[in-house]
Design a protein around this ligand. Structure first.
Ligand code: SF4
Length: 355
C-alpha cells in the first residue's frame, strides 16, 4: 500500500537560511555604554540563522555535547589529530561520520520509496516551503482515513508549549484502524552490530518523545495559525494564493481558496480527527547488511523531556553560556573531533583530572 506522493522541495534549508540571515542580521543587540556603542553577540537562535525555528535534532545533539554542536555551527576546524576511532552512530553528525550518514540516508530513502513515490517540486519562497511541509503532513494524515496504515518521512512541527517553533521528520507512523491507535517508529542505522550505549539511547529517546509531543499538540489543537505564521514570518503572504507549482499538487484537497492560511486550517481540522501517538519505538538496523540489530520500546518520561528541552532552550535564547560535557562523560571528549582544541575540555575536564 502506498500513501501517494511525497513532495520534495528543490532547495536546501541553507538557501532559506541565507535569506533568514539577512533578516536576522539586523537583530544583533546594540548596547550603549558610556564609552560609546558596542555590539553584543546575538543569542545562538539568531546567530546561527535559526530564529524562525529549531530542528528537533538541534536539541538532541545538545544532549550529546552542546559545545560540540556550537563548534560545528560556527564552522570551527576540527583538531583531528590524536582522535580515537569513532564508532559511527554513537556521535552526532561530524566530518568523520559523513560516509555512515550517507549509508543511513540511502536506507531511509529506500524505505520511503516502499510507501510512496517522491516528486520534485520547484519552490521559490519560504511560503512554498512551508506549504509543502503541510501538504506532506496532510497526505500522511488523510492516508490513515482511507485505509493506508503506514506513512513514512512525515514532517512534524509546532510548539511544545514554550513559544518556540520546532521542526522534525518522523520516520514512520503506523495507524491501526481496528484499535484506532497510532505507533511512532524511528529508524536508526548503525555501523556497529550492537545496540547503542546509554548516552546515544537517551538522545534517540528524547527525539521520539519530542515528535510525539508535537504530533499530540496538533491533534489537540494546541497550535494556532497566528502562532505558525508569526513565528515563521509568513503573515504577509498568508492570504495570498500559493504558487502554481504548489497548487497543482493540491487537487485532492477540499479547498476553495488556496492560501497558506487555508492550508494550515485544513491541517488543524484534519489533525483533530486523529489520535495522539499511543506508543513509540526505535528500530536499530546494521547499515551494511540491513539486518535488524534490535527493537527498543520508548516510554514517555515527561519530566525528563521537559527539563532537557527547557535547559536546551536557555542556550538558544542566550540565557546561559554554552556547556560541554560533565566530568562523568569525559569519555566523549576522547572521540570528539574538537578534543584537541576544546576550551571546555581544557578548563573543566583537565583541571578535574589534575586534582
Ligand atoms: Fe564536547 Fe568534549 Fe568535544 Fe569539548 S572535547 S566539544 S566538551 S565532547
Amino acid at each position: 500500500e502506498t500513501s501517494g506522493l511525497e513532495l520534495k522541495n528543490n532547495k536546501s534549508n541553507k538557501d532559506f537560511q541565507k535569506s533568514e540571515q539577512q533578516v536576522n542580521g539586523s537583530s544583533t543587540k546594540i548596547l550603549s555604554t558610556k564609552r560609546g556603542v558596542c555590539k553584543q553577540a546575538p543569542p545562538p537562535l539568531i546567530q546561527f540563522c535559526r530564529s524562525r525555528y529549531l530542528c528537533v535534532t538541534d536539541i538532541t545533539q545538545q544532549l550529546w555535547c552542546e559545545q560540540q554542536l556550537q563548534y560545528r555551527m560556527m564552522g570551527v576546524e576540527p583538531g583531528l589529530t590524536d582522535m580515537q576511532e569513532i564508532e559511527a552512530g554513537d556521535v552526532p553528525l561530524s566530518v568523520k561520520d559523513k560516509e555512515e550518514v550517507k549509508k543511513g540516508k540511502s536506507l531511509h530513502y529506500a524505505r520511503e520509496l516502499e510507501t510512496h513515490d517522491v516528486v520534485d517540486v520547484k519552490i521559490s519562497s519560504n511560503t512554498d516551503k512551508w506549504a509543502l511541509n503541510i501538504l506532506n503532513l496532510l497526505v500522511a494524515m488523510r492516508g490513515f482515513f482511507s485505509g493506508i496504515a503506514k506513512a513514512r518521512e512525515v514532517p512534524i512541527f509546532g510548539d511544545l508549549g514554550t513559544g518556540d517553533m520546532l521542526f522534525g521528520i518522523i520516520d514512520e507512523l503506523h495507524f491501526d484502524e481496528k484499535t484506532y491507535s497510532l505507533h511512532l517508529l524511528e529508524l536508526k542505522t548503525r555501523k556497529s552490530t550492537r545496540l547503542p550505549g546509554v548516552a546515544q539511547a537517551k538522545q534517540n529517546a528524547l527525539q521520539v518523545q519530542i515528535y510525539k509531543r508535537l504530533w499530540d499538540n496538533l491533534v489537540k489543537g494546541n497550535m494556532s495559525a497566528d502562532f505558525f505564521l508569526k513565528k515563521l514570518c509568513l503573515e504577509d503572504s498568508a492570504d495570498l494564493p500559493l504558487s502554481d507549482e504548489i497548487i497543482k499538487h493540491m487537487d485532492q484537497l477540499p479547498m476553495s481558496t488556496v492560501s497558506l492560511r487555508n492550508l494550515f486550517s485544513l491541517l488543524l481540522s484534519t489533525a483533530q480527527s486523529l489520535v495522539c501517538i499511543g506508543s513509540m519505538s526505535i528500530e536499530y538496523v546494521h547499515q551494511d547488511t540491513h539486518d535488524l540489530i534490535g527493537h527498543v520500546e520508548v516510554k514517555e518520561e515527561e519530566d525528563w523531556m521537559w527539563q532537557t528541552v527547557l535547559h536546551s532552550l536557555e542556550f538558544w535564547h542566550g540565557q546561559r553560556e554554552c556547556e560541554g560535557v560533565e566530568v562523568e562523560e569525559a569519555w566523549k571528549c576522547g572521540m570528539c573531533e574538537y578534543g584537541n582544541i576544546c576550551e571546555w575540555r581544557r578548563k573543566k575536564i583537565s583541571s578535574h583530572i589534575q586534582k
